[in-house]
Design a protein around this ligand. Sequence first.
Ligand SMILES: [Zn+2]
Length: 248
Amino acid sequence: MLTVPSFFFGLLGLSVGSFGNVLIHRIHTGESIGGRSHCPHCGKLIRWFDLIPLVSFLFLRGKCRHCKKRISAQYPLVELGSAGLFLLALALTPDDPWIALLQAIALESLFLGAVYDALHEQLPDLFTWPIIVVGAILLVFRGDILSSIGGALTPLVWFGGQWLLSRGKLVGTGDIFLASALGWWLGFKGSLILLFMSYISGAVIILLLLATRVLSLRQKRIPFGPFLAIGGLAGLLGIGEQLIWFVR
Ligand SMILES: [Zn+2]
C-alpha cells in the first residue's frame, strides 16, 4: 500500500543506494568521495540528469551516454535493493518511523558491505561502524544491555577463536568485526540466529554455485560478508528462530 512514509522511505532508499554505489566504487579505486561522477570507461563527467537512481539507467538502456559502454547491473540492483531494505525497515515498525530509519541505516550499511565484499573480497570497517552506532542508539529505547553485550561477544568468541586457531586464515578480521557489530545490534538471540543462518545460507548458496559452475573448487577464498548479511537479516526478522529452541 502506498502511504506517505513508504513513498518517502522508498525514495530515500533509492538515493542512499545510489550514493552507496559511488561509495563502493570510490573506496575501491581510492578516489575522493566528494568529486563529480564520471564514466569509468571514457572518463566523461556524468550530468545530473543521468544520475537519477533507476530512471537514468532505464532511460539510457544501461549504456553510457557518450561511449555507449555498458553500465554495470550493480548500479540499478543496489538502488533497488536499498529501496527494498528501507521499505522492509518501515514495515517492521510502521508506527515508529524514527526506529525504522535507524534500522534502515544498519540494514543498508550491512548490504553495502556485503556487496563490497562480494565484488572485492574485502570488508572495510567503514560499513560496520554505522551498525554499531545504530545498536547503541536502539539500546536507549530497548535498554537490554546484557542482551547487546552477549550478542556482541558470541560471534566475537566464535569467529575470534577460529581466527586464533587458523592464524587468520579461516576468517578475516573484517568478518569478525561485522559479526560482532551485528550481534550488538540484534541482541543475544539475534546473534545466535546470525551464526546459524550465515552458515546454512553459505552452504546452500556455495553448493548451488558449484552445481551451476559459477564457482570452481579451485576458488581459494569465498567472501563471508554476503552470508553474514543474510544471517543478520534473518536475525532481525527472526527467520530460523526455531533453530535456537534451546534458548528460552
Ligand atoms: Zn562512457
